[in-house]
Design a protein around this ligand. Sequence first.
Ligand code: S3P
Length: 452
Amino acid sequence: MALSKTAPVNNAPKPHRFMPSGPLAGRIRVPGDKSISHRAIMLGALAVGETRVTGLLEGEDVMATAGAMRAMGASIAKIGEEWRVNGVGVGGLLQPRTALEMGNSGTSTRLLMGLMASHGVTATFTGDASLSRRPMARVIEPLGQMGAQFHGPAGGTLPLTVEGLCPAVPIEYRLPVASAQVKSAILLAGLNTPGITTVIEPVPTRDHSERMLKGFGADIEIEEADGDRIIRIRGQADLVPKSIEVPSDPSSAAFFVVAALIVEGSDLVIENVGLNPTRAGLFAVLRDMGGQIEELDRRVVGGEPVADLRVRHSHLSGIEIDPALAPSMIDEFPVLFIAAALAEGTTTTSGLEELRVKESDRLSAMAAALSGVGANVEEREDGLAITGTGGALLRGYAGNQIKTHLDHRIAMSMAIAGLVSTKGVEVDDIRPIATSFPAFADLLKTASGAAQ
Ligand code: S3P
């Protein structure tokens, strides 16, 4: 079944039952990395000249970013397999004429607020019910210090109107929460701010912004000192257009990696998976649990380490997961919980408070979802403890629909649970999957021999 990448947000929920599956086999390729795709559009839209992007993720979230950058003057079009972005130059963003509709996308919202903060433009950001609950204070705080003004609900949620300031004031900011979105918002604001803007990261988070800013010729330096990562950007320098090849998203590959590990008889190759060390935590954890995940043909694509992953069905054992690994697998916990539900013994996680402010509260959503399919799960304040079946199938459907709370990763994780259940798993709404992985259901069908 094809999922429309342009599904309107207000149409009716689309339930779907994901059925038990045969082995996953063959070779598949998942779509482009979401984080890298957002950044490619944003930086391309700020460079003078034409940036060309292949492998761009054409999900709703990235299209929201493209829509906003068009509204601020960039021209963005797909020609053949290539996206072409003609930018306005750093400092050249135009005043958008209507509100910027961000749909479900926290990354678009927070990074674009950063970009706008140092431009003399004013814009209102709106989003769907999930995004409208998510905290924006984490970017309002530093961007406010740089001079931007924010008008909206007292709790710092959408709809929010941002009034940028040009010239903005450079700041030095130590991140109070491990967040690549907050880091990136400040660096992007720093692009059009005179002087040096500094972000200090006590805990490293995904570094795609730094890598890509460097690639576009920004004046950016990174220093490691006393366990901190210190990133300095000197503003008001031009960006030069680039050709970018976006590797496949490890966060999307994660669903197929877990599926192949837990469905008996599977032997699947997932091609071209981005393995940036700030993103690859899940694969290390799954190997520690006994997962057979082999890296084939390691190479560099678009400035990022990449490999094909060969994944075979494995007997998994429960482990205690080091909370220090959380930032490197922050989006992968929902599907890791599915692997844990099939492992032998108990898997415990902690230090995961951030999961409560993602597209949904992923700790409570996954605890409810897993109990709803018969798994043994305990919800704690900062993590889950899951005792697995040791490989036996989950019960699955018992007349109930799993609530996905407009969260694509809950829907896809529970789809994978359906593959290893006796009766399938019915999720209440598959529309949100199109935010990050429009072809998910089709690819699952291909890899699992059309059981879906
Ligand atoms: C992202 C950073 C992470 C991640 C999100 C994408 C990014 O969010 O969860 O899906 O592209 O910078 P946080 O920075 O809030 O942890």
